[in-house]
Design a protein around this ligand. Structure first.
Ligand SMILES: Cc1cc2nc3c(=O)[nH]c(=O)nc-3n(C[C@H](O)[C@H](O)[C@H](O)COP(=O)(O)OP(=O)(O)OC[C@H]3O[C@@H](n4cnc5c(N)ncnc54)[C@H](O)[C@@H]3O)c2cc1C
Length: 396
């Protein structure tokens, strides 16, 4: 007889957003988290840059701005109280071309509006004094940026959910959702969880879970793969160095990020992936590809972004192109300093008109609350996102 669990709330997905939601619910609700993999944090949460974002990039008042700011404070306190290593390195957003000056000024203005402390405009000499290997015309020092290993945060959240009496069911791939009575979440292997409410935090599969629950959100998850390289000389820079992002694109551009273990990573770029969990260039899933290409928004997206897309593909195919991009601000960096170091796939919601959904997006359908768009900085913001979801559930 397949196992049948009961809960007040079932959370689908043990990435950092699902875990943070369950963590906030753990004392006052019977909570069950279901995860298709053998453990938590094996997709976006475990394959990202590990940057605690400051909130500088996001439109003031947007969910991203508000939840990144409060989530960052909650995350830092969470780590401090549990001795999870974190470090406030600050970061430099560097310009290499005069056309970037107004964009940098606009970012600084945004940072002030979002309440960031310690923002400082830098000239070329200031930058060289802080980071001797970096050659830039000007830059913005963002003092609040930090580093953490989000896998450790996810593991701590999962541990505390279970400690409080919650349950984590792994290898539980949700294949059906029935809302005729209380919500029944069904797994491929026949197990079920019956609950009063469900929260779907399925990342790269958010739209599929919404479809299972009978909700038409008009959104499709389009997967964007990004590759990383390890930089052999890990001490070339001491803090993250970012380019000025292209405001038409939600990704931040290839950057250098020190890791907590003392190394240095370069990446990630952003290329449309042929498989939602395709971590290698050759990974392709016909179902995922048909699903992506069959959505009108994908073609409109391709028309809107083909120029940026082509240069990203070039960077993906060639280490030299990748290194050239980094040499814009670290001229001494050589191609052979870069060793392949894995990849991540971002879940980015796209609407039918091909617009990349900019803000976090939530959709309520019956008894299920769907997190439809939780790209970067959702790892930083997760504790605030989880709190918001908890408050929404409690309010009914
Ligand atoms: C390359 C890259 C770099 C990034 N860098 C940063 C950064 O530096 N800082 C930052 O704040 N953010 C960063 N992000 C964004 C951040 O990682 C994500 O926003 C965040 O991890 C999203 O968490 P999540 O829980 O929504 O998704 P995920 O971590 O993807 O978790 C979703 C979970 O749902 C599970 N699931 C899916 N379908 C089912 C199903 N049918 N049944 C059961 N379980 C299911 C999956 O297995 C998965 O474990 C980055 C992302 C990427 C990809």
């Amino acid at each position: 007889m397949p196992e049948r669990s009961k809960a007040d709330v079932v959370v689908i997905g043990a990435g950092i957003v699902g875990l943070a939601t369950a963590w906030h619910l753990r004392h006052d609700h019977r909570v069950v988290v279901v995860e298709k993999e053998a453990g938590p944090a094996l997709h976006q949460t475990g394959r990202n840059s590990g940057v605690i974002h400051s909130g500088i990039y996001y439109r003031p008042g947007s969910e991203k701005a508000v939840l990144c700011r409060s989530g960052k404070a909650m995350l830092e306190a969470f780590c401090r109280e549990r001795d999870i290593p974190q470090v406030r390195t600050g970061k430099i957003i560097a310009t290499t071309d005069p056309s970037e000056d107004p964009k940098l000024e606009a970012l600084a203005e945004r940072g002030h509006q979002n309440g960031l402390e310690g923002l400082e405009m830098l000239n070329a000499a200031d930058i060289r004094a802080l980071e001797p290997a970096v050659e830039a015309r000007s830059g913005l020092l963002v003092a609040e940026t930090g580093l953490v290993d989000f896998r450790r945060v996810a593991a701590a959240l999962a541990g505390e959910i279970v400690e409080a009496g919650g349950t984590l069911l792994t290898s539980f791939e949700v294949t059906g959702i029935d809302q005729a009575g209380p919500v029944e979440v069904q797994a491929r292997d026949g197990r079920t969880v019956v609950a009063e409410r469900a929260v779907a935090c399925a990342g790269l599969h958010a739209d599929r879970i919404a479809a299972m629950a009978g909700v038409d959100t008009g959104l499709r998850i389009v997967p964007f793969r990004g590759i990383y390289y390890r930089v052999v000389y890990g001490d070339v820079v001491t803090r993250p160095i970012y380019p000025v992002p292209d405001p038409r694109f939600p990704f931040l551009g290839v950057h250098l990020t020190p890791t907590l273990g003392g190394g240095l990573e370069a990446g990630p770029n952003a290329v449309l992936a042929t498989s939602r969990e395709g971590y290698r260039f050759v990974d392709m899933r016909a179902g995922d590809l048909v699903n992506t290409l069959g959505f009108p928004g994908t073609w409109k997206l391709a028309r809107n972004y083909w120029r940026i897309g082509l240069s990203e593909v070039r960077r993906s195919a060639s280490r030299h192109a990748f290194a050239s991009e980094l040499r814009r601000f670290v001229p001494s960096l050589r191609d052979d300093w870069l060793l392949p170091a894995g990849s991540g796939v971002r879940a980015q919601a796209v609407d039918r008109d091909g617009n990349l959904v900019d803000d976090f997006a939530f959709e309520l359908g019956g008894r299920v609350l769907h997190v439809m768009n939780a790209p970067s900085p959702a790892a930083t913001a997760a504790l605030a996102i989880g709190e918001k979801i908890r408050d929404r559930l409690v309010a009914g």
